[in-house]
Each structure stands twice: as C-alpha cells, then as structure tokens.
Ligand binder design. Structure first.
Ligand code: SIN
Ligand code: FE
Length: 297
C-alpha cells in the first residue's frame, strides 16, 4: 500500500481578481513553491450563453485532443466548426487566459514581471481509456517536460479548471520532487558533446536543449515506465469537482490525470528569478544532486 500525502491547500476565493493580504500572498507563494496544489473549490469560470456547446468533443479537429490558443495568436488551433464556432472558441479560451492571468497577478504580485503567457487549452475529451503510448500516458505519474521545447529552467506554472458540469477530474499527486529525483536521477545521463547543437540543427528541438531539460525529460520517462513506482510511491488521489480551479508547478509536482471529461488549462512560463525559495525547484534539486549547475548550455 502506498503511503498517503496531503498536498491540497484549499482556498476560499470566488473571484478571478481577489483581494489578498500580503501575509496570505506570502503563504500561498511558499506553499506553491514547496510543491503543493492550491485548490479553489469555489472559483468558477462561467460559460457565456451558447458556449456550453463546446463541451462536446466534436469541435476538436480529430487530430489533436485539445483545442489550443497560443499567446499572441488571433485564432485557435485544433478546432473544427463554422467560422462563428471558431470565433466563439477563441473568445472563450482567450477569456480563460485573461482570467487566470489576473488571478496569478492577484495571488503572486512578485511573479508579475517574470511571467510569460504560453498556451491556453480546452480539453473536451474523456481521459480514461484513451489509447496512447506509455510515454504520452498522463494517467501515469510524471512531471511535465517537453521533448522539442527546452525550457532552459523556465518554470511551468499551470492553472486548471474543471469545466465539466458533472464529472469530477480525478488526479493522483505524488511525493516531493527531491524524493522523486533521489530515486531516478542516478539512472539519467548527461548529453554527449555536440548533442544539443545537433538536435537544434536537425529541428528535433526548437532551441538548444540544456542539461536541465535533458535530465527532466528522462525523469518524466523513467517515472512513467516504472509500473512498480507508479503503485508504490507515496501518493494521494484527489477529485476536483465541477467548477473548481487549481494551480500547480507541473514541472515539480508529480501528477497523473485518471478520469475527467472537460478541462481548461493555462500554461505560464515563469523566469526562475521569480521563485522566492528555490530549494525545491527542479533545477536546484538536480544541480545539487549532480554537483554542477544544470543550466550551462
Ligand atoms: C497533465 O498535465 O498531465 C494532464 C492534466 C489533465 O488532463 O488533467
Ligand atoms: Fe502533466
């Protein structure tokens, strides 16, 4: 039997621009940076009239499971429908991006100057039972890391919202990053000379991969491939009910999404300089374990 944890920190806010005292801001920031889930059961994101139709996965184009909006783009990707549908989807997803951004500004004013809006998505398909390879299987515990998009130490701050009116979104969350790293870092490898340059030249990566990205990707894969670890690691299941919101550092918190129908998600890149206490940051943990800085190219 896996040991249990308590990583969920429940918050009272009902508004996307809440008034938060400096003391509370400091507490929330500390908890988030330590790897907790900030959970807002009463922070609802409302559909405008007619938008509920997008709960139906027929608005996905069939190739991508998500409908995405990239920051600074004027149209969504991965969607199918009439021009009006695409405009309405854009407005919905854009509104979510703006709501989450104002929430982050209200909760973590220190992050403001260091954050960059990345993708926003609507994920209108049931998670359970999807046929995917083990590497893409997000029902296995993992930390987020991207093969082609090296982040060079930028943090992944994500704001999730369960937009389904009926089904909870069921997650598992696992042990602290330092424990996870302690188990798997000895099985990871550095890059060979020229590898970073070659992957960039061949367009395998969008920019040169740092050792940090290289090790994080291996950690992602090692965790997902180890079924015994998946079962035995200290973990907790949590059901995010319809209409609830939660915030995590998804490059730090071990997470898995087990069941759920429709979610919205905002990704924010955060400069590492924004982190108040870097002790728990993946980059700091890896640099310490390996005895050298991870971000030298
Ligand atoms: C993930 O980030 O691993 C998936 C989250 C979700 O679909 O709930
Ligand atoms: Fe993930």
């Amino acid at each position: 039997m896996a040991m249990s944890l308590d990583l969920i920190r429940t918050q009272p806010y009902t508004d996307w621009s809440p008034e938060v005292s400096p003391e509370t801001q400091a507490t929330l920031r500390r908890e988030l940076e330590q790897g907790a889930v900030l959970y807002f059961p009463n922070l609802h994101f409302r559909f405008a009239p007619g938008e509920e139709r997008f709960l139906d996965s027929r608005y996905s184009d069939g190739k991508s499971k998500n409908i995405n909006l990239r920051a600074n783009e004027g149209a969504v990707r991965g969607a199918a429908g009439t021009q009006q549908d695409l405009t309405d989807l854009y407005n919905l997803i854009r509104r979510y991006a703006e709501s989450t951004e104002s929430l982050i500004h209200a909760l973590f004013p220190e992050y403001g100057p260091h954050m960059t809006r990345a993708g926003t998505s609507l994920r209108p398909s049931e998670i359970a039972g999807r046929p995917v390879s083990w590497r893409k299987d997000d029902t296995r515990l993992h930390v987020d890391a991207f093969p082609s998009n090296p982040l060079l130490g930028k943090r992944l701050l994500r704001v999730f919202h369960n937009i389904d009116p009926e089904a909870p979104r069921v997650w598992r969350v696992g042990e602290p990053f330092a424990d996870f790293a302690g188990r798997f870092v000895p099985k990871t490898h550095g890059m060979w000379p020229g590898q970073s340059w070659l992957m960039k030249t061949l367009h395998i990566t969008k920019r040169a991969r740092s050792e940090y990205d290289h090790r994080m990707l291996q950690l992602h894969d090692l965790a997902k491939a180890d079924l015994d670890y998946q079962k035995s690691v200290p973990q907790q299941e949590f059901q995010f009910p319809p209409g609830s919101t939660w915030i995590v550092f998804s490059d730090q918190l071990l997470h898995a999404a087990m069941r759920g129908k429709a979610m919205m998600e905002q990704t924010i890149y955060l400069d590492p300089a924004a982190i108040g206490d870097r002790t728990h940051s993946p980059e700091a943990v890896l640099s310490k374990m390996l005895g050298k800085p991870m971000l030298a190219a």
